[in-house]
Design a protein around this ligand. Structure first.
Ligand code: SAM
Length: 212
């Protein structure tokens, strides 16, 4: 996401940073203590401005949510959105998803959400796609077999790439749709990008990939 540098970003992060985990490597293996509950942990990677994760945390109080975003000028908006909601089951990490294995033990996460990940259109950029084999290997290091990665996008080429990547890495795919909003799936929580693209009449693609 291109984002103009926010004025006073560091100050604003500090101000709304009660839910910000500054050194997540210190919590590896101890997230239940951080949340004060052993409820399952679901992670959104690339949370952007935070609409999805805030609504999910409100809708599912018995799930603990962690949002990861690499751009702090975007994350500040997500944290400012979350702050007044006073959610006990939500935390934020400003970091690259490639580092997930430094922050969580194997099996500490039970679901990963990838929503409207950057497509990185050029072939030479494929390794940056969040469904590239290298990222799937990282996700496997923090999930248990039987856990899911839920992926949504507006980008047909990224969707095709991701279906192949999941298949090659042995994930079992289900609930594949090429038009989520007309698929009868009732439980959808929209992201900022999803709202924008669906208002433009674009179809939304979705797949659930089970780690086998
Ligand atoms: N999920 C949001 C939505 O649907 O509205 C934002 C989508 S935006 C296109 C993709 C987001 O993923 C950007 O905010 C970007 O900074 C973040 N991102 C990209 N690569 C990342 C990585 N390796 N680790 C963490 N976040 C990443």
């Amino acid at each position: 996401m291109r984002m103009r540098k926010k004025k006073n970003c560091d100050e604003r992060l500090e101000k709304s940073g009660q839910l910000w985990i500054r050194t997540p490597e210190d919590i590896k293996g101890a997230w239940s203590e951080e949340f004060g509950s052993s409820n399952p942990i679901h992670v959104e990677i690339g949370c952007g401005k935070g609409k999805f994760i805030c609504e999910m945390a409100q809708k599912y109080p018995d799930i603990n949510f962690v949002a990861i975003e690499v751009v702090k000028d975007v994350m500040v908006l997500a944290m400012e959105k979350a702050q007044p909601l006073e959610l006990a089951n939500l935390r934020f990490i400003i970091a690259d998803a490639a580092k997930l294995g430094d922050y969580f033990e194997k099996g500490e996460i039970s679901r990963i959400y990838l929503n409207f990940s950057d497509p990185w259109k050029k072939n030479k950029q494929a390794k940056r796609r969040l469904t590239h084999k290298n990222f799937l290997d990282v996700y496997k290091s923090v999930l248990n077999e039987g856990d899911f990665i839920c992926f949504k996008t507006d980008n047909q080429k990224l969707f095709e790439f991701s279906l192949n990547s999941f298949a090659q890495e042995g994930f079992k795919m289900s609930d594949i749709t090429f038009d989520l909003h007309n698929s009868g799936f009732a439980d959808n929580v929209m992201t900022e990008y999803e709202t924008r693209f669906s208002e433009q009449g674009m179809p939304i693609y979705r797949v659930c990939a089970e780690y086998k």
